[in-house]
Design a protein around this ligand. Structure first.
Ligand code: ZN
Length: 302
């Protein structure tokens, strides 16, 4: 008896009157993209055929063998167009794969973080970038575990331009919504499940963080540090001082900038939609977490 559920009528394998099983094997088909022969089945309940690929993640994908290659290039400072040129595929394929792999990475990142005990020492900061033009800035909230530099959570929020660009931005593109309060609440609500109540949260002196930390982590200690001058080599994130108390987050931000083509300072690549930046970040953050030596050693040791 075949122990496969029919994905169409969702029937569990039961014995029918005439044969042993409702689901029967029914030949093979050859999948040229990864050179595999795939088993087909027939369900006598709903009288339909399906295969072992029907319920898979990559169902109906023609270039499934490109998925991991594209994700690997996107965490290695290669732009979407350049990845298309390297892999000799259309750039629209790369854009589609970014969405697919990004959504998968989002889920995998959540699963990965759920494996660890709740974090006790964490650091929080914002990273700023823009969509299309510097007149449309975007803020990325990021929380990192201090000892291991594991990324606990992040999200992307639109924000209005500040400083000299504020006036030009309003004149050219109209008033821009500030999504930061809403997104910070979302992020901190999610982080409640990953960070201990009586933890120690470190951040810079930004006055806005205080409100969210008090609301979501009332028992936690909040330590603020003065902002320091940044160095060019560290993507404007690493500091010029000898000892940096916020090293964990600054180093992670610098890594993210150096790994993601669109986040490099003075780059030609830009984000067109914050939603895509969000998916690209999911892939980079998952890659970052999976490659932390200290963290993965502790996981292997149990
Ligand atoms: Zn069926």
């Amino acid at each position: 008896m075949i122990k496969i559920n029919c994905p169409i009528c969702l029937k569990k394998p039961t014995r029918s009157k005439y044969s042993n099983s409702v689901v029967k094997k029914s030949g093979f088909f050859y999948r040229s993209s990864d050179r595999k022969s795939v088993q087909r089945y027939y369900c006598s309940q709903c009288k339909k055929h399906f295969s072992s690929a029907t319920a898979g993640d990559c169902f109906k994908q023609k270039k499934r063998h490109m998925n991991s290659k594209i994700a690997r290039l996107l965490v290695g400072v290669v732009s979407l167009r350049e990845s298309a040129r390297i892999l000799k595929i259309n750039r629209k394929t790369v854009a589609r794969k970014l969405i697919f792999m990004g959504r998968k990475a989002e889920l995998d990142l959540k699963k990965f973080n759920a494996k660890f005990p709740k974090a006790k020492h964490v650091v929080f900061d914002d990273l700023e970038t823009f969509e299309h033009t510097k007149c449309k800035p975007v803020s990325i909230g990021l929380m990192v575990e201090e000892e291991t530099r594991r990324i606990l959570g992040y999200n992307v929020a639109r924000m209005p331009a500040k400083g000299l660009l504020a006036k030009i931005s309003v004149a050219k593109y109209g008033k821009r919504v500030d999504e930061r309060p809403k997104k910070r609440t979302e992020l901190f609500t999610y982080l409640n499940s990953l960070v201990e109540e009586e933890s120690i949260i470190k951040s810079d002196e930004c006055p806005y963080y205080f409100k969210y930390i008090i609301r979501h982590f009332p028992k936690a200690g909040h330590i603020k540090f003065k902002g320091r001058a940044s160095s060019i080599v560290g993507q404007g994130e690493l500091k010029k001082v000898g000892f940096d108390p916020l090293f964990a987050i600054n180093h992670t931000c610098a890594t993210l900038r150096a790994r993601t083509c669109r986040l490099i300072r003075r780059t030609w690549c830009t984000t067109k939609k914050p939603e895509m930046l969000n998916l690209h970040l999911a892939i980079v953050c998952l890659h970052h977490n999976l490659n932390l030596k200290k963290l993965n050693q502790s996981l292997a040791a149990g």
